[in-house]
Design a protein around this ligand. Structure first.
Ligand code: LLP
Length: 439
């Protein structure tokens, strides 16, 4: 999908020299490809237009959490995308990027009053409700503001998504969704809640799904539940199949977007309900890489380390999930091939971006850490007081800065050293007593 090539040993993304980007914007730096992002979106969208799938109305609601840069959101909204979000912050971002509230879905287990109020005020398209307590809260707020809130019930089908346990969300001991056993009672509760309108059912069993079977089981579950709700007199408008389609980081073989959509169609099309999808990773992961420079080569009796200027604070996935990201040379190096642990400067042994990589390296060489467009920058932090990287977007022959690098001063701009003599107020009573004693 990505147009990543070498010319005379130097890597070019979409025809742009990555070295020239490093020279202009510094490293570490996230680099995104507009053309890959657009192609990914269109591949998903057009899969629904295939003759076999025709007639199935759909809306892609990009999962903002995967990469929430305004430029990325703006690009996606221009392609027709809606948005799946999980906080008031994400709602503000979507609106700032020009997103249409009528295509916004609000998911998440912890929606706060103010977030619900704002989302209701903006007339978003649907709240994905995750608990009975949340149902009552949205009802109360909607009633108070004289509105009817459109809602979908997010169900927890107790299906093992066969992915990393940290990103598995559809098992009954996960915090997400409503238990299937609770749904019959909820139907009676819902009939009494006059400020809620049930318009859909939703299910998201996890992320980085490479095996289609659990997803298929979730679709069958949604189908069965939809029939139950329709029979009980709830005029559903949509089924939300969540996100989760995996990408190839190393040697995984996720279903193609076409196969994924065909599966959805084969399970759900007879219901003639609109299908909502919430893909995140499968739209943006391959569209981004993290450009970094080798600071030091450190060779010990046991290991060779390449110490780079990117770290776990910039890209957390390897440290948090032991995730694999390919690491490629950006510039040709005359050094001999050796096996390196590619590590960052942070004071933790988990700060390793890639283990046992065969590379030709010397200090100052540039490397690209691939498939970093999803859950990369958005999970970055300032740990070790490291400013977060710049982000740039390759857009045809132009390279646009879409987030400048942070400065060190910005990292402590919100902090404050309390009064100069903090002990003085607590000493005052003693001073008074002392003076009083002397009469
Ligand atoms: N919808 C819901 C309700 C979700 O919880 C998620 C992701 C998505 C959609 C989008 O899933 P995707 O298509 O991106 O797989 N930080 C982790 C991934 C966390 C995913 C959380 N939920 C990682 O770096 O692998």
């Amino acid at each position: 999908m990505n147009d990543l090539r070498y010319v005379n040993g130097e890597a070019y993304l979409d025809g742009i020299s990555l070295k020239s980007i490093a020279d202009q914007f510094g490293t570490p730096c996230y680099v995104y490809s507009r053309s890959t992002l657009a192609a990914n979106y269109q591949a998903f969208d057009s899969a629904f237009l295939e003759p076999a799938n025709s007639g199935l109305s759909h809306q892609i609601c990009y999962a903002v959490k995967a990469n929430s840069n305004l430029a990325i959101l703006n690009l996606l909204q221009r392609l027709g995308s809606g948005f799946d979000l999980v906080s008031g912050g994400e709602l503000e971002r979507v609106l700032a990027a020009g997103g249409d509230p009528q295509k916004v879905i609000f998911s998440g287990v912890g929606k706060q009053d103010a977030e619900i109020e704002t989302a209701l005020g903006k007339n978003i398209s649907c709240f994905n409700v995750e608990s009975e307590a949340e149902l009552a809260r949205i009802q109360r707020i909607a009633q108070h503001t004289g509105k009817v809130a459109p809602i979908a019930l997010r169900v927890n089908p107790d299906i093992d998504a066969l992915t990393h346990p940290y990103i598995s969300t559809g098992l009954k001991d996960n915090k997400f969704g409503l238990a299937l056993t609770a749904l019959a009672d909820l139907r009676s509760t819902l009939k009494k809640m006059k400020n809620l309108k049930l318009i859909g059912l939703a299910c998201h069993i996890g992320s980085q799904l490479v095996n289609p079977e659990p997803f298929d089981a979730a679709l069958r579950c949604l189908h069965r539940l939809a029939l139950e709700f329709l029979a009980a007199g709830f005029p559903l408008q949509h089924l939300n199949v969540g996100g989760g389609l995996g990408v190839r980081y190393r040697n995984e073989n996720p279903p193609s977007r076409q196969d994924y959509v065909t599966l959805i169609q084969s399970r759900l099309s007879d219901l003639k309900l609109k299908i909502i999808l919430e893909p995140g990773r499968s739209l943006v992961a391959e569209a981004g890489l993290l450009l970094t420079r080798v600071e030091y080569i450190k060779e010990t009796a046991e290991k060779n380390f390449a110490v780079i200027d990117a770290a776990m604070n910039d890209l957390l996935r390897p440290a948090l999930y032991h995730a694999w990201h390919d690491i490629i040379p950006v510039t040709a190096s005359p050094a001999e091939v050796k096996t390196y642990d590619v590590v960052g400067p942070i004071c933790e042994s988990a700060d390793c971006l890639g283990r046992d990589r065969r590379l030709r390296l010397q200090a100052n060489d540039l490397l690209g850490i691939l498939t970093a467009g999803a859950y990369g920058f958005c999970m970055s932090s300032n740990y070790n007081s490291r400013p977060r990287p710049a982000e740039v977007l390759i857009d045809g022959s132009k390279v646009q800065l879409i987030r400048r690098r942070e400065t060190i001063k910005e990292l402590y701009a919100l902090e404050k050293i309390p009064g100069k003599y903090p002990l003085l107020p607590s000493l005052l009573p003693f001073l008074h007593a002392f003076r009083g004693g002397r009469g």
